[in-house]
Design a protein around this ligand. Structure first.
Ligand code: SME
Length: 159
């Protein structure tokens, strides 16, 4: 299986360039979804779920097919990453009990938490691939760097 290399350093630089003077997180996250979609190979979904006041997840900006709007804490890969406040990297989604298949084509997935400057979890970044074992340890580390950059850039201003 070919190992796909992603230039996470360039992606982080692009994200910081968009985020450094943009207080509104929805357009910022929309552009991040597009940057990931354009710079990571072999994806079928890339986007965000946002933490709500009800302590569950609601769909945020994304690229890919239509997706479920609400995910409860602890449910699916996203809800698990939210509950554990740590990255969940899945080599084969069919081996993950309770995986939520918004797109039947998804075979592997990596979900990374995003925190605010006070350390509260505010969102997760969900990346799906139609290939098994698409995401390596290096991809996980790169996506953690991306989510750290996002945390540093945004003040979570909605309007
Ligand atoms: N697969 C995710 C659900 C979100 S769709 O992939 C966009 C999960 O199991 O939480």
């Amino acid at each position: 299986m070919a190992v796909l290399k992603t230039d996470y350093e360039t992606i982080v630089a692009q994200i910081k360039a968009f985020g450094e003077d943009e207080p509104h997180f929805v357009p910022f996250f929309s552009n991040i979804s597009a940057i990931l979609w354009q710079n990571m190979e072999d994806l079928n979904w890339a986007g965000f779920y946002l933490v709500t006041k009800e302590d569950d997840l609601v769909l945020g900006p994304f690229q890919g097919k239509v997706a479920c709007i609400h995910i409860a804490k602890g449910k699916g890969v996203c809800g698990t990453a939210f509950e554990k406040k740590e990255q969940v990297l899945v080599k084969n989604v069919h081996d993950f009990a309770g995986h939520i298949a918004c797109d039947e084509a998804s075979l592997s997935e990596v979900v990374t938490p995003i925190f605010d400057k006070e350390g509260n979890i505010r969102a997760v970044l969900d990346i799906d691939s139609p290939s098994l074992e698409r995401f390596s340890k290096e991809d996980g580390e790169g996506l953690c760097k991306i989510c750290k950059a996002i945390s540093e850039c945004t003040d979570w201003r909605l309007q």
